[in-house]
Design a protein around this ligand. Structure first.
Ligand SMILES: NC(=O)c1ccc[n+]([C@@H]2O[C@H](COP(=O)([O-])OP(=O)(O)OC[C@H]3O[C@@H](n4cnc5c(N)ncnc54)[C@H](OP(=O)(O)O)[C@@H]3O)[C@@H](O)[C@H]2O)c1
Length: 352
């Protein structure tokens, strides 16, 4: 039987590394031919030599390289700067189109977006659902990440050369694990923990905006990886059973959590390590948060996380039986553990 060609972007990242780890351990791993695009030559070498993964050196902004890789794949899992990088999605579209025209194959793109698309700084009671598409369709085209999502959907609905699926992770937590992480290839830390710990260490305490913080949904990294693998299995066994295009929207969440509670856990975790002066949250003075979150990126990131992004993910549960094992309470314990691991990394980097 011929192998299934899979292209994964972001193999050295948290989400991409976790998916790749699962694909390498998949019962049908022998049937997969996995290609990746990696920027770091040392990591590319380990991926090739230790894990048998084909790598091409380069950035997702190397459009010709990425388009050629995309043309070679029946399934593309896109996680590298996926939510925001327009160049990458244009290159992937080009590759998908070319594959379809040359071979007649109808390839699949599994695109990774992000629940910041649902961000509501007013913390109102909006709830988005991936089975009530009108709520998602009503998002303005200039909402964060939405422009890229529309390009993905367009490849399917207007281009007709691919089936596209959008996975929208919420606040991902938990430590990335497995041989790829042990080998130092993939990043085991989630973004939110990195930004918040860095800010708290600079300030000496964990801050919260004076007006409070909103509510986010969360998903454990292991459950998120399960969702991608469940989708790939379903696509390979019966592609007609997995929604695509506009309807192919899959929110990954396993419950909601107040950001105040998440920050409280973070403060307790850092206080237990002796890294902040109090286990209490210390409100920011107006405009103060910006100085701890640095420039535009992380500062914007803090705006996202202090807001609300409330959404329900039912499609993956319905269509291929995704069953997350973690609950919304798990995030609070996990954050303390994640903080410990991330502080270890910072200490290690200082010693090196
Ligand atoms: N983590 C979360 O909580 C979360 C939640 C919702 C959505 N998301 C979205 O999920 C996607 C993946 O996030 P993540 O948490 O896995 O991030 P991450 O750990 O920072 O990993 C990012 C990956 O993308 C690669 N990458 C970035 N820019 C690249 C470029 N120009 N060319 C090639 N590779 C590039 C990185 O490669 P290097 O190793 O070379 O840097 C790394 O492999 C992003 O689009 C993010 O916005 C994440």
């Amino acid at each position: 039987m011929s192998k299934v060609n899979i292209l994964l972007t972001g193999a050295t990242g948290y989400i991409g590394g976790s998916i790749l780890q699962r694909l390498l351990q998949h019962p049908n791993a022998q049937k997969f031919e996995i290609a990746t695009l990696v920027r770091d030559p040392a990591k590319a070498k380990i991926l090739e030599e230790k894990f048998g993964v084909k790598t091409t050196l380069g950035s997702v902004t190397d459009q010709d390289k990425l388009a050629a890789l995309a043309e070679g794949a029946h399934v593309i899992i896109h996680t590298a700067d996926s939510a925001d990088n327009a160049d990458a999605i244009h290159a992937i579209r080009r590759g998908l189109k070319s594959r379809h025209e040359k071979t007649g194959d109808l390839p699949h793109l599994i695109h990774t977006s992000g629940a910041a698309i649902f961000m509501d700084p007013k913390n109102s009671s909006n709830v988005y659902s991936d089975v009530e598409l009108a709520s998602i369709e009503a998002l303005p085209p200039d909402a964060l990440h939405r422009g890229i999502e529309l390009l993905v959907i367009d490849a399917d609905e207007n281009g007709g050369y691919a089936r596209t699926h959008i996975v929208t992770p919420t606040l991902v937590y938990g430590f990335g694990h497995g041989p790829l992480f042990d080998a130092g290839v993939s990043n085991p830390y989630t973004m939110a923990i990195q930004f918040f710990v860095q800010a708290a260490l600079k300030r000496g305490s964990v801050g919260i905006p004076p007006e409070g913080a909103g509510t986010w949904m969360g998903v454990h990294i292991d459950d998120l990886a399960d969702l991608y693998v469940g989708m790939i299995d379903a696509i390979l066994s019966d592609p007609d059973k997995v929604s695509h295009g506009r309807a192919g929207y899959f929110i990954a969440e396993n419950g909601s959590q107040g950001i105040r509670e998440v920050l409280q856990s973070l403060a307790e975790g850092l206080f237990a390590l002796g890294r902040v002066s109090t286990a209490d949250l210390v409100p920011y003075a107006p405009g103060e948060a910006a100085q701890y979150f640095g420039g535009e990126g992380p500062q914007f990131f803090s705006t996202i996380l202090f807001s609300s992004a409330v959404c329900k993910g039912e499609r993956a549960r319905r269509e291929f039986g995704w069953t997350p094992k973690h609950t919304s309470q798990d995030i609070l314990e996990s954050v303390k553990q994640d903080v410990k691991e991330y502080v270890k990394k910072i200490d290690g980097a200082k010693r090196a």
